[in-house]
Design a protein around this ligand. Sequence first.
Ligand code: CO8
Length: 261
Amino acid sequence: MEFVKYEVEGAVGVITIDRPRALNALNSAVLDELDATLDAVDLAAVRCLILTGAGEKSFVAGADIGEMSTLTKAEGEAFGKKGNDVFRKLETLPIPVIAAVNGFALGGGCEISMSCDIRICSDNAVFGQPEVGLGITPGFGGTQRLARLVGPGMAKQMIYTARNIKADEALRIGLVNAVYPLAELMPAAKKMAAGIAKNAPIAVRNCKKAINEGLEAGMDEAVVIEEKLFGDCFETEDQKYGMAFFLDKNKDKVKEPFKNC
Ligand code: CO8
């Protein structure tokens, strides 16, 4: 891969978008490599992913403006679909994904972070949807996911004004969960990922599915989705072990890692 690096440390996978000459902007090649990287994640071994950008300045500075500049209407729609398909694959990946946003997260960069389950950022991060200043709409899910994350009023303000916001404002409006000095961002992401990875994997996956699918349904349907995924955890090795461990009154026992079965 030229633009996407993938490393596995224990049960945590780290995907790094690495296209420094364009501040990690997403062109077709980057999207193709991301798609292939997601397909290659070993879901039997990896329990949590981190997505970040290479360097100290930019997470992802958007979709590639040079590549988009000459598109026809049909090509623009196809490019939007290409990005949406990859981002939806990321969003619906069975395991959680943490976006470690290390700088600019503009346009498609903000949008890809919003396709992740959790966003944390460095104190130099800048978020925004600058598209209307370029004569287009956010086209990789921004009109949909930003409104769901921060509410329609704030999303409309950010999108219509195309004003960038800094890390502290992103924290205030709930776009990110926490802000760290740049040097502490990846250690914090890895610590959070390790904390997720040590929990029962089937249960964690089912939580992700229940939250994502439930948010798209009415409450009556959503609680049924939850019931099924809750029931699905029973009779697993992990459920039996997790509950037996709690009920065992032996104070000297040591918790074994969950087995993912
Ligand atoms: N696309 C292509 N190249 C880029 C991009 C980008 N999004 N962002 C930065 N670059 C390139 C610059 O052109 C420059 O290249 P070069 O050195 O060859 O001139 C290099 O990266 C470094 O950038 P700057 O010199 O501009 O660095 P600064 O520190 O001065 O500025 C900024 C950093 C503020 C991030 C600035 O680069 C910038 O404003 N970039 C564009 C940000 C932007 O508008 N992003 C949104 C793009 S639109 C989008 O994402 C839509 C998504 C949906 C698409 C749907 C398709 C239908």
